[in-house]
Design a protein. Structure first.
Length: 212
């Protein structure tokens, strides 16, 4: 039954987070160009702590790529789908219709579906594994850095350069992860992402319609 409900729900489900239909080609081009510039500046400057301008340039390009892409994506999503409240109401109404069509109208039945969805999510999702791997790399960069920075406190300029280097490397990993998460969602992580969304909307219907 869970599979039947899931298939019926996702035929018409509206996903704001990963909605990029209608995004202009120049948005992708500008974002990817900024990411490429960021990687060039940071990797070019990394062996030399004196290349201050390159490090700053990489940080600026990385931050600009995230801010620009998210701004354009949010603007496109709002133009195509309206505001978040409207999307949420449409998805809730869709879930209610799917449950009624499948004769799931009792509280116990809804609870059973939620428990089944929770059981499906018991294993770690691929995106979570990648996120933990990314956090592990960032920790491996940051933790030794705090000890090393303490030895540079007497040299103000060297300390600032080193901090910028560490920050730029962390930012580069975060920026590169952004397009990867979309690739994971569309290819390797779709089933678990959908199950998580399904469980959340089942819980929302339970709260709105059954809990008084």
């Amino acid at each position: 039954m869970l599979k039947v409900v899931s298939e019926a729900f996702f035929k018409h489900y509206i996903d704001r987070e990963f909605f990029i239909k209608g995004m202009k080609w120049y948005v992708w081009l500008c974002s990817l160009s900024l990411i490429a510039m960021m990687m060039f500046f940071i990797l070019y400057a990394y062996p030399n702590t004196q290349k201050f301008r390159c490090i700053v340039g990489g940080i600026v390009c990385g931050a600009a790529s995230i801010v620009y892409f998210k701004h354009e994506k949010n603007k496109n999503t709002h133009n195509q789908l309206g505001d978040e409240k409207e999307t949420f109401q449409n998805n809730i109404q869709l879930m209610r219709s799917v449950l009624i069509e499948n004769n799931i109208i009792r509280f116990e039945q809804l609870n059973m579906l939620i428990n089944l969805a929770e059981a499906e999510l018991s294993g770690l999702r691929l995106s979570e594994k990648l996120r933990k791997w990314l956090y592990g790399i960032i920790s491996a960069i940051l933790i030794p850095s705090t000890t090393f920075i303490s030895t540079l406190i007497g040299n103000y300029e060297q300390t600032i350069n080193y901090i910028l280097q560490v920050f730029s490397l962390v930012l580069m990993l975060v920026v590169i992860y952004q397009p990867i998460k979309y690739l994971l969602y569309w290819s390797l992580d779709t089933e678990s992402q959908q199950m998580l969304i399904l469980k959340r909307y089942l819980e929302d219907v339970k709260m709105l319609d059954y809990v008084r």
